[in-house]
Unconditional design. Sequence first.
Length: 273
Amino acid sequence: MKPDLVIYILLNVIALLFFLKHLLNKNTEKQRLVVGNAQTIGKREQQEDSFATTSTENGLLAVLADGMGGYTQGKMASHTAVETFVRRFRNTGNIHPLEKFFRETVLLCNQRVLQQGKGERSGTTLVAVVINENELYWVSVGDSAIVLFRDGELENLNKKHVFQRVLEERYLSGEISEKELIRNPKKKRLTSYIGHEGFKDIEIYNKTIRLSPGDKVILCSDGVYNSLSELEIEHLLAKKTSPTRIAEEIIDLIDRKDLPHQDNATLIIIEYK
């Protein structure tokens, strides 16, 4: 056999081994992600939260939307946003760059919610994460939360699009007093949500987060974090059990509190094993 042919064959064998190693690593990473979820209707007449998880060659997607209870079509809005996000994720061959994919998909969600609303007021928050191998990417609109639980502590990854942020800026600049900041009745009002013509405020990650074994990524509606303290959530997340069991225990605790105006509460927990 000619030396050039031997070298050619060896190079191809080496390239094939590298490809198989990369494929094995990707499959291993996917197996390290364990997902759990749970929700409660609370004291509302209907469940207006929607959520979904799905996996493709681009990684794992988790998306959660909280329909706006004050609007007549909150459930429609949250369902449409989640369905649109999942469908586009599954039908897009290569979603990179993810910043562009997130922005285009959220704008498409807004367009679809407006179309489905047919002139009626409707709206929803939306948070979504993509985990590709062990890299975490995320996008956020509204006041639902994306949280990282690491080494026993919670870290909020996204900001809430609520009027309180505007009030805090005014307070820091000296425009309003602390009393005005605390007592403003509109401080929880959303300043950005999917389902209105002037929509433009989208928060997209500045840099990816490299997950480590034991990390948990949590997506939740405000019915979760407005009902439980951080200490209560941290205590449950620290348990050595499955994400499904933890999610169920968090929702059980919310139900046991029996708060008089309990909102819909939904969460997704993704553990990187």
